[in-house]
Design a protein around this ligand. Sequence first.
Ligand code: OSB
Ligand code: MG
Length: 367
Amino acid sequence: TKISGVELRRIAMPLVAPFRTSFGVETSRDVLLVRVVTPDGEGWAECAAMSEPRYCSEYVDGAQDVLRKFLVPALPKDGVDAQAVGRILHPFTGHRMAKSALETAILDAQLRAAGESFGSFLGAARDRVPCGVSVGIMDSVPELLDAVEGYIAEGYVRIKLKIEPGWDIEPVRVVRERFGDELLLQVDANAAYTLTDAQHLAKLDEFGLLLIEQPLANDDVVQHAQLAKLLRTPVCLDESIESATDAAAAISLGACSVINIKPPRVGGYLEARRIHDLAAAHGIPVWCGGMLETGIGRAANVALAALPGCTLPGDTSGSSRYFATDLTEPFVLSDGHLDVPTGPGLGVEPLPDVLREVTTSSEWIAL
Ligand code: OSB
Ligand code: MG
């Protein structure tokens, strides 16, 4: 694929409700879109980096800077295959979300030109995926129960509660009591605890949770292995897994028995598929996480969620869980599932009117 240039476009997407986690509150998504232009067409991707470096070290201004200064200029002028992008960008350390956005936009352009969908390219095993929803920390238990009740009524097949010290055992207890033992329920701490909280976290054991996601710090993989021995709830890693190498180490240490795969966090969909394959070979279930994506990022995530090893429902919620108006045709839940897009590439594109409305800036980087 010969690339003539790359547009870096910033959009502001207000969330339908504030989303609170142990690391902060999001009220609006400041998204960097990457559009790759080739002689045969274009390719789109969105960068998952958030406005502040709290979930991980990347943040959206930094991602735009590294793309402009280093990643885009490193692309060969005579054309590049998406499969080669990872190797070309490898000399630049870190910045996986920025790298993922560039690789994904190139892959989208390539697949659109070839008439193949992301799902087909990645190896999707089904045409629709069951969907979970991530429920933020609320100001009160009644508010939480209302939110969960609403999501269950919409058809979500799995509920994930965000937890932090002071908002953990009680919210889980009331949700379990109110909605029953059949509800697929899990929690996500976003690294809010330390190993000294093991006895406290073991109080979650009685609630039959599917998993506890990232209880300890991002770089506490050894401590996760120790914690896993003290809990009956399966430990799932999110932030700690930035590559297939990390996944292999975590699995062999016994630091996790489940992995949340977020392609942007690991540098792209190709690395995400390697983690999927590695986990499958070890009998480790995986699921597709999310970063409050617009329809552009969601389309690719839904394709990944359709891989055979993604045996748990993902955080691939419908557009309305996030935005009053999505950037693309909305993803709408049907019977708790989202359809995997079948059109070429991502199978969706930004709606021109919405794109114009939400754009806050744009720059063009010629190659
Ligand atoms: O830890 O999974 C997480 C959102 C932003 C950053 C980190 C996380 C999340 C979510 C929501 O839990 C996932 C989604 O619905 O996109
Ligand atoms: Mg998480």
